[in-house]
Design a protein. Structure first.
Ligand SMILES: N[C@@H](CCC(=O)N[C@@H](CS)C(=O)NCC(=O)O)C(=O)O
Length: 214
């Protein structure tokens, strides 16, 4: 199995955690030609990472990949429980992918003060914080995000939060986490796989930032 991705990619980290927790052997490869290139789009039509190649089958979108992998390799279930439990896990994963992380991503284009549009940047920084605050209403640490077992919901957030912690100070901001998210973070970072992948993604990002971010 090939996982197209790179170490700094938070969405790739999410899938790496899932594969590692399940003990699945895979090779991580950078997207041929780079992401969003015509060459890579022949493999993954949207040009995004991560994408997973399993034999002749290729699929992208981190939450879709996660569901595919969990269905194909059910031995260590990462969507445990009832249909309702799985729907809640999916809701949290999608909340990350569609509602939270995109605001962090949209700040990347404002790193250079010469081209920064401060009002746009502030809008995304404020929205990112709002969406973290909103999480206090969305789950009850049990101690995991959706109950007493780790699930796909838990894997969506760690690398994104780690990135936000090191990246937002570039804009003079610090992320504030409410009591539920803070308690959940303490639990999830105790998992050695989650910690190892999050730390490696964080280190890759720090190396990238220290090299000038080019
Ligand atoms: N919704 C996608 C987001 C993936 C994503 O945005 N990946 C970034 C790198 S971390 C990317 O490929 N960006 C290239 C692009 O947007 O064209 C997922 O969950 O896989």
């Amino acid at each position: 199995m090939i996982l197209y991705g790179i170490p700094v990619s938070t969405y790739t980290a999410k899938v790496r955690m899932l594969l590692d927790l399940k003990g699945i052997v895979y090779e991580m490869q950078p997207p041929p030609g780079g992401y969003s290139t015509p060459e890579y789009m022949k493999i993954a039509p949207l040009g995004t990472i991560p994408a997973l190649k399993d034999g002749d089958f290729v699929i992208s979108e981190s939450s879709v990949i996660s569901n595919y992998v969990d269905e194909k390799f059910p031995d260590v279930p990462m969507r445990p429980g009832t249909a309702q439990d799985r729907a809640k896990q999916q809701f949290m994963a999608i909340y990350h992918d569609l509602w939270l992380e995109p605001h962090l991503r949209r700040t990347f284009g404002h790193v250079d003060p010469a081209t920064r549009v401060q009002s746009e940047l502030d809008g995304h920084l404020d929205k990112f914080q709002d969406r973290i605050d909103k999480m206090e209403e969305l789950f009850e640490p049990g101690p995991f995000m959706c109950g007493d077992q780790i699930s796909v919901a838990d894997l969506a957030f760690p690398a994104t939060f780690s990135l936000a912690d090191i990246f937002l100070p570039v804009f003079g901001r610090e992320v504030r986490y409410g009591p539920k998210v803070s308690a959940w973070r303490e639990t999830i970072y105790q998992n050695p796989v989650v910690k190892a992948v999050t730390d490696s993604s964080k280190q890759a990002t720090l190396d990238w930032m220290n090299s000038g971010g080019g």
